[in-house]
Design a protein around this ligand. Structure first.
Ligand code: ADP
Ligand code: GN1
Ligand code: MG
Length: 373
């Protein structure tokens, strides 16, 4: 189990490495991300209190942090330019803004060789782990849909792949099969039902890639981690303000993004809910989500993409469940966990949602069709 709080980190040294105003007052671990170590830091500046996010990049997950930072710098400056062009009043809240390190680079390497970056803290907005109002599903989807639309004309070269085969479902499935076979922690016996659930559904893992190879689903610039808490919603209006967590922005399929929104925005339960009777795909939330996505990214979607919106929810929920199960079998090496069976619990929640989507997939699909001209 990885410890998220890391008490020995000297955040004053981190702060000193970036071009920040004034003196560090305090810094605390922040947010519920599963990957990076995130801190909210307050500085006393000549203009009053200023807040920033310091983030230590997880180098087990991201093997080449400078490559990620190169993508993020290109993406955020493109977004800023697009926002400027449309006269957006709120530039510092509508896209992440990197604070440069003292040497002008977008990151700093600490004496242990760990990579750090700093963002302006986005004030007056919050990330949510659970949907509490249907409108939030619309706002999350509209934010990711707008993000995708604004990146359509990102100047070349192609973005770099920060994690190769990230959403390549057959590769994820093969990793699970290896973990089952090797069973290094003798945990497979405790997950027999979940393993059987996976093996029965292997066939669906190829579907999107086949369509892509047939030329029916194009490569796009996608976010690839479109879970609900990677969008900040305005605290006053509830509007989707800013898409965050840009480490996995890279070439991908739009259905990866829509699918992960279905996973995290159509059930009112947490990702690790243990009462599986509560885990349900709620049609009302799917309707909001689909409307938000089609209103912002819909124009550019091909018929095959539109035809697979409902399916993508099932596939990506299944894929993330497969990843949680794999990590459980391997001894919790990848995702941060808070208890010994945390990854197994998360996997069970995903598979309960997959089962719920299977029961409603035809109705979801019919709703998508009803929105099309
Ligand atoms: P991880 O990759 O670990 O998920 P994130 O980049 O998503 O890390 O950050 C973790 C959390 O920190 C987010 O869910 C969000 O709550 C918060 N956060 C990150 N960046 C900002 C920011 N610039 N302004 C406000 N909150 C932020
Ligand atoms: C991780 O970083 P975070 O917590 O937003 C993971 C996603 C998973 C998600 C499951 C780089 O997202 O792929 O879908 O957990 N990010 C990475 O909650 O692996
Ligand atoms: Mg995140």
């Amino acid at each position: 189990m990885r410890d998220a709080s890391s008490p020995h980190i000297a955040l004053d040294a981190v702060g000193a490495a970036f071009r920040l105003p004034g003196r560090l007052l305090r810094a605390v671990p922040y947010g519920n991300g599963h990957i990076n170590d995130t801190f909210l830091a307050e500085y006393e500046s000549p203009h009053g209190l200023r807040r920033f996010i310091h983030q230590r990049i997880n180098d087990r997950v991201f093997k080449n942090p400078p490559l990620i930072m190169d993508n993020i710098a290109r993406v955020t400056s493109h977004l800023r330019q697009k926002l400027q062009e449309i006269g957006s009043p709120d530039l510092d809240r509508r896209t992440l803004t990197l604070v440069p390190a003292s040497d002008g680079r977008s990151y700093w390497v600490d004496p242990e060789g760990k990579y750090w970056r700093t963002y302006l803290f986005i004030e007056g907005a919050s990330s949510h782990d659970i949907i509490t109002h249907p409108r939030q599903a619309f706002e999350v989807a509209a934010a990711f849909g707008t993000f995708q639309a604004m990146l359509r004309d990102l100047p070349s070269p192609r973005l770099q792949e920060t994690i190769p085969f990230f959403h390549h479902t057959p590769t994820r499935f093969a990793a699970l099969e290896r973990a089952i076979q090797q069973d290094p922690c003798n945990r497979a016996a405790t997950a027999r039902a979940e393993i059987a659930f996976c093996l029965e559904r292997k066939a669906m893992t190829e579907t999107l890639l086949t369509l892509h190879h047939q030329g029916l689903i194009p490569e796009r610039i996608t976010h690839n981690d479109t879970k609900i808490n990677n969008v900040l919603l305005d605290d006053q209006t509830g509007e989707g303000v800013c898409v965050i967590d840009l480490d996995t922005v890279m070439p991908g399929l739009s259905l990866y993004d829509f699918g992960d929104m279905v996973r995290t925005c159509t059930s009112t339960t947490a990702e690790d809910e243990r009462d599986l009777s509560r885990v349900k795909m709620r049609m009302e939330l799917f309707r909001e989500l689909t409307s938000g996505y089609l209103q912002t990214a819909g124009n550019s979607l091909t018929p095959a993409e539109l035809d697979h919106l409902a399916f993508s929810g099932k596939l990506i929920t299944f894929e993330i469940g497969v990843r949680f199960l794999t990590d459980y079998l391997l001894g919790d090496l990848y995702f941060k966990t808070a208890r010994p069976t945390h990854n197994l619990d998360r996997c069970r929640t995903q598979f309960a949602l997959v089962a719920s989507i299977e029961q409603q997939e035809e109705a979801m699909h019919a709703f998508v069709r009803s929105l099309l001209p």
